[in-house]
Design a protein around this ligand. Structure first.
Ligand SMILES: [Zn+2]
Length: 399
């Protein structure tokens, strides 16, 4: 009982932080908060009416990654939440663009921003959208491919143990790695969808890409409003999914991975404190961050794996005997990426047709299967080629 009261206080604190971090005085936001409180009350009522259950997870006998791997293998952990940040996409070549002083901000000097983060301020964007579009052009998602960590999360999904991936990243590499959208919370939005900031009409992403790459300012054909990807800017609310899913998710979660994040941006960072107190937390990061900075040596809850996260994740896959499956996903990712790049380079449709057969040929060659498209039998190979075909279909010019 005492425990329950304590939990509720935690939730309130987190919610306050969440409200602070987004625009205040917004009616929609307070309605969301009220709904959230109601959901919490209802869920606590239903918990009380049930007989007490034994905790699903028990603390680790040692705070080591080996123990964590053992728990995944023997089925102790089967509702895993993974929190990810910019650190997992660095290996893909995406700089941590939110950090002042990095290359991307440097390139914006000619726009004479009042302060670097202004590029992601909604009010500034409404006045001067050019710097954002210049940045968007440089970091457009199709320029990058998923990393080992993205593929590892996808593998957790395939194994049926991924409850949810909460990501701060807007690069859509999770989607590209094949993580199902329902298992994904893009806490700061993403390039995945695009809309008019005035009338909220959804716009085709490919249309926006063409405008951005031609250095044109994309405007809504209905209301002349600016078109922007659904990235959460400073001064905007976090996506609804973030608010509705965190409470039920973190109540169920039996293992938490925190990978490649500095845990500095709120309310995202506060999620680390939301699993039940006996749920192990694993930090895979270059350095200690957040609550992991004060972990005691005899603590059997928090596990720290410091160093390059790609190497650490590979090490973990090895302990799980998942290495060859991980390699296979990485390999398929390479093929998909190459197909997509080849297709996006081609402009006219005739050339596209010719390139399609080239892509299919090279895809099957890379996969060690040089048989012609129609004769391809292996499921994985076929799905790769299917995706090359659907990429082609999606990019077919409309005339
Ligand atoms: Zn509009």
């Amino acid at each position: 009982m005492e425990q329950k009261t304590e939990k509720k206080e935690d939730d309130v604190i987190v919610k306050n932080e969440a409200t602070d971090a987004v625009t205040s005085g917004n009616e929609k936001e307070s309605a969301t908060t009220e709904e959230h409180v109601l959901v919490e009350l209802l869920s606590s009522v239903s918990i009380q009416s049930k007989p007490p259950t034994t905790p699903k997870s028990k603390p680790l006998s040692e705070p080591t990654i080996e123990e964590v791997a053992k728990g995944i293998t023997d089925g102790t952990f089967k509702k895993i939440i993974v929190m990810t940040g910019a650190g997992i996409s660095v290996a893909a070549g995406i700089p941590d663009f939110r950090t002042p002083g990095t290359g991307l901000y440097y390139n914006l000097q000619k726009y004479d921003l009042p302060f670097p983060e202004a590029v992601f301020e909604i009010r500034y964007f409404q006045q001067r959208p050019e710097p954002f579009y210049a940045l968007a052009k440089e970091m457009w998602p199709s320029n990058y491919k998923p990393t080992i960590t993205h593929h590892f999360i996808r593998l957790l999904e395939e194994k049926g143990v991924l409850l949810r991936n909460y990501t701060q990243n807007i690069d859509t590499l999770e989607r590209q790695a094949g993580i199902s959208p329902e298992l994904l919370v893009e806490a700061h939005g993403s390039f995945g969808t695009t809309r008019c900031i005035k009338c909220k009409r959804e716009v085709d992403q490919e249309w926006l890409r063409e405008k951005v790459f031609r250095d044109e300012i994309p405007k809504c054909s209905d209301c002349e409003g600016l078109i922007k990807p659904d990235i959460t800017f400073f001064g905007e609310n976090l996506p609804e999914r973030f608010h509705t899913l965190t409470h039920p998710d973190f109540q169920q979660c039996d293992l938490l991975f925190v990978i490649g994040t500095s845990l500095e941006v709120y309310p995202f960072a506060s999620l680390v404190d939301r699993p039940k107190s006996d749920v192990p937390r694993v930090l895979i990061n270059m350095e200690e961050v957040g609550p992991f900075e004060s972990t005691k040596k005899d603590d059997c809850r928090d596990v720290k794996v410091l160093g390059d996260c790609q190497a650490s994740v590979r090490e973990l896959a090895k302990l799980l005997h998942w290495e060859s499956e991980l390699d296979e996903l990485v390999h398929q990712g390479e093929v998909k990426f190459k197909s997509r790049r080849q297709m996006s380079r081609v402009e006219d449709s005739h050339e596209k047709n010719a390139t399609l057969s080239e892509v299919i040929h090279s895809a099957s060659t890379i996969l060690g299967n040089s048989v012609p498209f129609g004769a391809v039998e292996a499921g994985q190979t076929e799905s790769n080629i299917e995706s090359a075909v659907s990429d082609y279909e999606n990019k077919k010019p409309e005339h």
